[in-house]
Design a protein around this ligand. Structure first.
Ligand code: CUA
Length: 429
């Protein structure tokens, strides 16, 4: 009897353990335990302090409870008197209050320190734009300032504007490694929350106000040197630091809106690519330049041809662009840099959309194992997104009537038209 009871307990506890472990995943793309930056690290440290203090209380109270339960439980023919009652004993009462205060202070001090740390932007020479950004389009007034990115929340996608560099992107945040970056968080509709678990989070985006936070992917050179204990000449240190950034920090990170914001809140994802200074500068320059018209035509010529005799612009890509500009109504809401007539701002900016590794705010993924774009999957995702936006992301504006979207087209786009638009979009890389 006793045996089978133990067996039962073992079985039940293993089942519970398995159920808990099923939530674990060796894939740490969104793990707050695998940090890649000082903010996430500060938050993890704080979490661990809280865990240890809670565990201490749990074990202490639990053991007293168990001892009391066994030692003082009533036995058969028990004629022992009641044990001495300590209720109201001033020494114990004051002692317990004192212990609780002490434990709260142990948690409060690092909490306040972390709050100030994440709130105060570190003023470092390294992070000033003038110190590392070698690309074009930077006014002298901005050289002494850190990179600022305006994050805009929409139902259900993310706008990322870089006002100092004069560019706007969406859903994939591109940032240089090792630089402290200021984020300005705003919302165009309801409350959202920016959360990039391995690097930083979470701060709300609230309509009508601008919240701030700073993020940094990877350590600054000083912190890295302190942690790694690296020594050498200035040049050697810089090279080793660059290697550290490249090997451990340059990566593709997953983010998520962390505040319930309507039907498709769970599908409001974003991505972050952490890159080298040079790659960042060339990305900025490509976004600024935007795209040519198909067949390497100048936009003026393309529009002249299109306005005059559109049937002469042949091929899937030309037809895809024509549909993008006219029947598909895509350009009403989406901008494509370079194209003078595609300047919509209601939806994500589509410049270089084919270089992004996902579409529909991170929901449809086409990142291959090796980190490149899976072209076939990308086509399938574009097609699906345009064909049935309301299935992919219920309630979104591209579909909704009041968004002037696809659901309102007099006649829905045919599969062949969607095919051509998808092919055209795939040229935007
Ligand atoms: Cu945006 Cu949840």
């Amino acid at each position: 009897m006793k045996h089978s009871f133990r067996g039962l307990i073992a079985l039940v506890s293993s089942l519970i353990a398995i159920a808990f472990l099923a939530g674990c995943d060796t894939n740490t793309r969104m793990s707050t335990f695998d940090t890649k930056g000082p903010i996430a690290e500060a938050q993890l440290d704080l979490f661990m302090v809280t865990i240890w203090v809670s565990l201490f209380i749990f074990v202490l109270v639990g053991s007293v409870y168990i001892v009391a339960m066994f030692k003082f439980r009533e036995r058969k023919n028990d004629d022992r008197p009641l044990p001495v009652q300590s209720h109201g004993n001033p020494l114990i009462e004051i002692g317990l209050i004192g212990a609780s205060i002490l434990l709260l202070v142990i948690i409060a001090v690092p909490t306040l320190r972390a709050i100030w740390y994440t709130h105060d932007f570190p003023v470092t020479e390294e992070s000033k734009l003038g110190a590392w950004y070698q690309g074009e389009g930077l006014s002298a007034a901005e050289e002494d300032k850190p990179l600022t990115i305006r994050v805009e929340g929409y139902q259900w996608w993310w706008g990322f504007a870089y006002p100092q560099l004069g560019i706007t992107s969406a859903n994939e945040l591109i940032i240089p490694a090792g630089k402290a970056i200021r984020l300005e968080l705003r919302s165009k509709d309801v409350i959202h929350s920016f959360w990039l678990p391995r690097i930083a989070g979470k701060v709300d985006l609230i309509p009508g106000r601008s919240n701030g936070m700073w993020i940094q992917a990877g350590d600054s050179i000083e912190d890295w040197q302190e942690k790694s204990g690296a020594t050498g000449s200035d040049e050697e240190l810089r090279a080793a630091y660059a290697r550290y950034l490249q090997e451990e920090i340059h990566n593709y990170y997953y983010g998520q809106c962390a505040e319930y914001c309507g039907d498709s809140h769970a599908r409001m994802l974003f991505r972050a690519s952490v890159v080298s200074d040079d790659d960042f500068a060339s990305w900025v320059s490509e976004i600024k330049t935007g795209h040519q018209a198909p067949d390497d035509m100048a936009w003026e010529d393309w529009y002249a041809a299109n306005d005059e005799s559109p049937e002469k612009l042949t091929g899937d890509i030309n037809e895809g662009l024509q549909l993008f500009m006219s029947r598909g109504k895509c350009a009403t809401c989406h901008a494509v840099n370079g194209n003078p007539r595609a300047v919509g701002v209601a939806g994500p900016n589509l410049t270089k959309v084919a270089s992004r590794l996902s579409v529909a705010a991170g929901w449809l993924n086409h990142r291959a194992e090796d980190g490149s774009v899976d072209i076939e999957q990308q086509y399938a995702n574009f097609f699906k997104w345009i064909k049935e936006p309301n299935t992919v992301k219920p309630g979104n504006l591209m579909w909704k009537a009041n968004g002037g979207g696809i659901g309102e087209l007099e006649e829905l786009l045919t599969d062949d038209e969607i095919h051509k638009i998808s092919l055209y979009l795939q040229t935007l890389k």
